[in-house]
Write a protein that binds this ligand. Sequence first.
Ligand code: AR6
Length: 176
Amino acid sequence: MSADVRWDVVTGDLTRCATDAIVNAANSSLLGGGGVDGAIHRAAGPRLLAECRTLGGCPTGEARITAGYQLAARHVIHTVGPVWQGGGNGEARLLASCYTASLTLALDHGLRTIAFPAISTGIYGYPKQAAAAVAADAVNQLLLEEPGGFDDIFFVCFDEASAAIYADAVQAVRSS
Ligand code: AR6
């Protein structure tokens, strides 16, 4: 991993992160939903939905960018995680792609501080330990390819138990 980037796992509310971008665990309509998606739309205000309507949706594993409107974050990167179906339907590849596509979009826009939620681990049912391992590996790979591309990357978990799982996964790739 590049020594230049700070990569931390924190417990808290993603909608309060004052980063260049927060990543939304959206659905393929990009028109809002429950979980962190609903919280982001509530905090950003109705102009976020208006911009999302112009995007025409987003396939699973890809990412799209909007402004952050009333959020502390300047931008929202919307990505669509896979629904957990037991692991045999390309879930890991698609989840890794969410992280890679989000960071690539951030790089394209010169965004250097990015906060991620635990994509797919809520309503979409992805087991947290498996999701954390995929997330950490995908971010680590991208950081190896783009050293110096970012200042801060945060994994923001809603509860301490999830944060411990993501922290273990980050530690595992850091020490590998
Ligand atoms: N800050 C940080 N993490 C949060 C927050 C928050 N404010 N709120 C929830 N989480 P989910 P998914 C955590 O369900 O599984 C929506 O309806 C939560 O504890 O938000 O990718 C979309 O429109 C969990 O660990 O996203 C899609 O239809 C993690 O965020 C669907 O849900 C992700 O949970 C996407 O499901």
